[in-house]
Design a protein around this ligand. Structure first.
Ligand code: A2P
Length: 274
């Protein structure tokens, strides 16, 4: 059992503050990887929230960044999805972690991409670019998402096809997952729509989601009307330019930005990078 050995030797050298042990690492492309770590027994979080994670730097100081938790709240472990930033202080090191290694995890989850920050609605849109899909990977496996809404639409825009793979597998797994069906109810996955697009490599659907919405093509493809504050709710997570552009568009449809303390019709959060 090489995994056991790896983690017991790692726990023997448990010197980091708030240390958790890496249990699995997957490299999706040369720019993207995901990893799983042990979950502190006391850690409770709401789907869509983020925590600070990191490693010690050369001087033994914690080097921390915000990472959305990609795993569902009912999972025994925590999953994260990360970009590898060339020369990024944290990700240039983090990309080399292996099962049995330790990372620092500050167990104080926070964030605005939470159900509590939205008023009730009929349809929810999750708009992501790149690693911005991470909080939605959690929300898409949260029973509340399907209890609260009749329709759940995930859009994911990436440069290349390989960058869509994490999301494609996630959706495939959700649609086949018997545990989820038991937890959420038979046929829950019928509510889920997936709309992946690429911008720099040929794929079945090309273009930025913002452009595809502006032209009406995305709504036509999905067979739904453009967003309306009466029926639609939205969560946005991607790069800064994307967030700003989509925010403008959502306000153009009449949606208003909500917060934990003041729920409204959309919420937005930056996909965190080095
Ligand atoms: P594009 O290739 O046209 O820049 P990145 O990897 O740079 O974070 O980008 C992830 C995806 O987000 C890319 O497909 C990129 O498209 C897209 N994107 C970047 N800016 C915007 C924006 N303002 N609106 C919509 N999509 C965007």
């Amino acid at each position: 059992m090489p995994d056991r050995q790896a983690s017991s030797s790692a726990s023997a050298k448990k010197t980091l503050p708030d240390a958790q042990t890496v249990t699995e690492v997957r490299h999706w492309t040369d720019r993207l990887f995901s990893f799983r770590v042990t979950r502190p027994r006391s850690l409770r979080f709401r789907s869509g929230e983020f925590v600070m994670i990191g490693l010690l730097d050369d001087n033994g100081k914690p080097l921390l960044r915000a990472y959305s938790i990609a795993s569902p709240a009912w999972d025994d472990e925590l999953e994260f999805y990360s970009i590898k930033v060339p020369d990024g202080p944290l990700t240039s090191r983090l990309q080399h972690i292996r099962p049995g290694d330790q990372i620092i995890l500050r167990p104080k989850p926070v964030g605005t991409l939470v159900h509590d920050a939205l008023l009730p609605g009929r349809r929810i849109w999750f708009f992501a670019t790149g690693t911005g899909i991470a909080p939605f990977a959690s929300l898409l496996r949260d029973p509340q998402t399907y209890e609260d809404y009749d329709e759940v639409i995930l859009t994911h825009t990436c440069r290349e096809l390989g960058e869509l793979e994490y999301g494609r597998r996630l959706i495939e797994d959700i649609r086949q997952n018997e545990l989820l069906e038991e937890l959420i109810g038979k046929g829950f996955a019928d509510k889920l729509r997936y709309y992946p697009t690429t911008t720099r490599e040929e794929s079945p659907k090309m273009g930025r989601i913002t452009d595809l919405m502006r032209s009406g093509e995305a709504f036509e493809d999905l067979g739904v009307a453009p967003l309306s504050p009466e029926t639609d709710r939205a969560m946005v997570c991607g790069n800064l330019a994307f967030n700003l552009e989509l925010k403008d568009m959502l306000e153009g449809y009449g949606l208003e930005e909500g917060a934990n303390s003041d729920p409204k019709t959309y919420v937005v959060e930056k996909a965190f990078l080095d």
